[in-house]
Structures are given as structure tokens and as C-alpha cells.
Design a protein around this ligand. Sequence first.
Ligand code: MG
Length: 295
Amino acid sequence: MKVARFRYGEADHLGMVDIADATITQIESAEPHPDQMIAFIERALAGTAPVPDGEVLPLDDVQLLAPIARPSKNVICVGKNYREHAQEFARSGFDSSAGREQQAIPDAPIVFSKAPCSLAGASDDIVVPEALSASVDYEGELGVVIGRRGRAIAAVNAYEHVFGYAVINDATVRDLQARHKQWLLGKSLDTFCPMGPWIVSGDELDPEDLELSCWVNGELRQQANTGDLIFDIPTIIETVSASMTLEPGDIIATGTPAGVGIGFEPPKFLHNGDVVRVAIGGIGEIENRIVVVSS
Ligand code: MG
């Protein structure tokens, strides 16, 4: 199934997407929960998911929202999780995580986070304050959405705790990422985590064999297969859940492949009006415009 949150008229809804018909069918019986998607995920795993029972709308007529409005915690992200990207980042001079040894390929997953206010929908603008607009970068990534609650999850059981997958752009202000050592500020600007276009349930795809591509203004910048992750999804879930309980609706961004802006010499940063499109086979695509604002 492909489940989306969307705005139609004045209201926000949950709906089931039919790609072949390019339609979305409202799930009117969805819980009036502050985050309907999280309530839906909990019911789906209990085998009592509400069925699409409302209006059938053309996908083009609705505004897709971030699939999860407010996860229980920050969006969990993995850094330097594709070999070539780890090397390009270490070379770039923006990598405050590399330490004195300047180690490019990490021994253990590098885990950081983005604040929930960074979440945005599949077609929303990425809004950049002018003062922070000199080093904006893109990172196309596979997003994992947690279904079943758990702590200390063994890698072998990890997929039992996954509800589904979505496309993410882990947008970043590189200057902030480097200046503050910790990456939180450079990663957490409002709208800097476009996600979508919907969540595809785990039974519909093989997350370890998905083609990921990212274009800027139509120019292909990133292309990789999720099978090339240094730390795979079960390893990431085992690592993160050893420290914290994962809850339904929690989001993990699995890392980005080579081809980000700072991988070029000179860097190809994003500017006002640029359009970033990230596509993952079997899921769909998100496309977001950079909009620089004065404050
Ligand atoms: Mg990233």
C-alpha cells in the first residue's frame, strides 16, 4: 500500500494512493489523531487498518504533506553511509566529524538528527533565510518509517519493526554543519527535510535493492543503489535502538550517495529558484524548489 497525508481544500486527510489511476482515496474513518499517519500505522500493524472509504481525488488536485507530521523524536539520520560519498565529504573540508585521523570510511554508523520542524511535503519549497543561503546542499536518501515499537532490536529482527519507506532530501547548510561541529543546526532548518511523496509499505519492495537518483534543475547529480549502503538498514536499526526506543512513525534517513554539491570542485551549492528532484524506484519522487527569504 501507498499511504499519504494530503491537504484538500482547507483540511488535512489521510489517503491511499493508486499510482496506475493517479488517484488518492480518502480514508475518512482514520482517527482524529494529531498525527493520523502514526495512528494508521499502529492499526495497520494490529491488522485493523481503516480502509479507503472516502472521496476519490486526482493526485494532481491535492497537496501532498510530509507523511509524518510530528514523529516522537527527531528524524534520525546516518552520515557518510555510502563509500564514495564518505570520501568526497572527507575531501571537501566541511567534515567536522572526521577527526584528526581524517578517517573517511566510518567504523560504526555516524548518527545525527534533524528537528521535526524540518519536515516538509513532496512539493513544498525549501525555505532558506538569506543569511544562511551561501552553502545550501542536497542529499537524496532512502527514508525508513518505523512501525512496531522496540528497543534493543537485533539486526535479524529489524524488518519486523519497519512499516515502510519514503524518499527524503536531507538538505543541509554546510557552513553551519562545519562551524558548529555538531550537525544539528545545519540540518534542522524549517523545511530542510522534504519527505514523501507517500509511505510505501515494506511488503511492496526490497529496500536493499532500490535505485536512487537526484537531479538539480534537471542535471543528474546522484545515482546509486541502496544495496551499496556501508551500514544496512538492520544494522542501523540495531545500533539506534540499542540506545533509544523506536516508536511507530519514527523516521530514519539512511544516508546519501556521492554527488552532493560539496563533492564538486568548486562546490555546486543550491541557489534561489533551483529545483531538486529525488526519485527512488518503487517509491516515487519528491521535487522541491529553493526559495531564499530575507529573514
Ligand atoms: Mg544525509
